[in-house]
Design a protein around this ligand. Structure first.
Ligand code: FAD
Length: 418
């Protein structure tokens, strides 16, 4: 008599649609392109996912870290997942399948159950660290979700780029009143714009980096600030009306805003004395740099702060958010390097050009294990910045791949690009 065919059990990787903020980080990180999305959900293709875990640490919300034991032949398809509003309940496995699963080896077993294997998978997939600097403060994440958002009040909204430029960037201050909303520099929040999308579903949340330090835009107040660029064109330059950025830039004082978060547990600043910061940004990527710089500035006289070096790229001075206040900061506090790519009468310069020009200083800071590097802004800047850092290191006869691995392992190199 034939024995019954063994039932194959799959530990299926799923994304929680109620927590996911559709930031695309997982899709960009996945080394085998198993993650896809439509206008509703981000989903994992069970036919492709190999459980390598590379997407798990970079996810700012933890929505990516969901698993269900299922009979492989009945795995949730991509189409199933795209239609979900919430994760399905865990279903009991048939007795013979449960026995196979309990046997310890659902197929495929995630490759990276151990921390080491997980770190290796992340290292292979991303240029930055998957861990925070060792001395970073503990961040709170996901205190408020799509189901339980918090209402903040607009207490300020003004433009921080020249009125005659195409780049309409706003500094927006949100107050949380008596409600707890603890944040750290480098974290972001989600904004739920009102209204519905073309399918009649509520708009999904958009993510914005904090531009203010942990103790508030105004020290001691329960408020925070954002740096928001009004999106009027898509990435290809065609006319487009960004739902959330336009909503935010048009808000008036006293308007209520639905907020979720906070998010982010790695792009955090070090807290130990003499920690140095190299900050590299373009446009609204200046938000976390403003937060970290202001945190350090408020510590002057009370703590032993290290060196701050900023590389800031924009087309012209007038398109550079916070230009005025930035230039007023003392030069012995922060070493400011502006890269302007369209300033009339000046040669085009990008942040990577300035990193190379300042090679001696950058190299000196990189040699110090107290130095952390933060890169934020346009997605396209990642490669240029990495190349420039590599050139600086190689010029001095050192091995970039060894240093790069150490920077990632020690939580000293962080990217937030979008
Ligand atoms: P949508 O309605 O979502 O998109 C409209 C069209 O514009 C679409 O075609 C879309 O592809 C295109 N588009 C989307 N985003 C951009 C863009 N940035 N530039 C050009 N075209 C775009 N934005 C900030 O302004 N400040 C921040 O501090 C900030 N921090 C972020 C942090 C993280 C971790 C992430 C993932 C994103 C961050 N963003 C930030 C981007 C922000 O979340 C939104 O994507 C952006 O404001 C566009 O949203 P929207 O609703 O206006 O446009």
């Amino acid at each position: 008599m034939n024995a019954p065919l063994p039932v194959e059990v799959l530990k299926q990787h799923l994304i929680d649609p109620e927590i996911c903020i559709r930031c695309n980080t997982c899709e960009e990180t996945c080394p085998v392109d198993a993650i896809t999305h439509d206008s509703n959900n981000y989903v994992v293709d069970p036919e492709i996912c190999n459980g390598c875990m590379a997407c798990v640490p970079p996810c700012p919300t933890g929505s990516i870290d969901n698993w269900r034991l299922v009979v492989r032949a009945e795995a949730y398809s991509v189409q199933d997942q795209l239609g979900w509003e919430e994760l399905p309940q865990e279903k009991p496995l048939p007795v013979d399948a449960a026995a196979a699963g309990e046997g310890g080896q659902p197929m495929p077993a995630p490759q990276a159950e151990s921390g080491l294997a997980q770190a290796a998978a992340v290292t292979a997939a991303t240029p930055g660290a998957a861990v925070p600097p060792w001395s970073a403060a503990h961040p709170y994440v996901n205190l408020y979700t799509h189901k339980t958002p918090i209402t903040a009040t607009v207490v300020g909204n003004y433009r921080v780029t020249g009125a005659d430029t195409e780049s309409d960037i706003h500094h927006i201050v949100l107050d949380f009143g008596e409600q707890p909303f603890p944040v750290l520099e480098g974290q972001s929040i989600g904004i739920l714009p009102p209204g519905v999308d073309a399918q009649g579903r509520p708009h999904h949340a958009r993510q914005y980096s904090l531009a203010s330090p942990r103790d508030g835009e105004r020290a001691g107040y329960n408020n925070l600030s954002l740096t928001v660029k009004r999106v009027t064109q898509d990435h290809g330059g065609a006319a487009a009306h960004g739902v959330c950025s336009n909503y935010l830039c048009d808000l008036a004082k006293n308007d209520p805003v639905q907020v979720i978060g906070p998010f982010g547990h790695t792009f955090l600043m070090p807290n130990h004395p003499q920690a140095n910061l190299i900050m590299i940004c373009t446009g609204t990527g200046s938000a976390p740099m403003r937060a970290m710089t202001e945190r350090s500035r408020r510590l002057i006289g009370t703590a032993d702060i290290g060196k701050l070096m900023l590389f800031f790229g924009a087309r012209t001075e007038r398109e550079l958010p916070y230009f005025g206040p930035l230039m007023k900061l003392p030069r012995d506090f922060i070493d400011i390097n502006l890269a302007l790519s369209r300033e009339p009468g000046q040669p085009k310069r990008y942040v990577q050009d300035l990193i190379r020009e300042r090679a001696a200083h950058v190299r000196g800071l990189l040699a110090d294990r107290n130095t952390c590097i933060y890169v934020c802004g346009l997605k396209g800047m990642e490669v240029g910045v990495l190349d420039a850092l590599r050139d600086v290191v190689v010029q001095s006869g050192e091995d970039w791949s060894i240093l790069h691995d150490a920077l990632r392992r020690e939580g000293r190199l962080h990217f937030e690009t979008y």
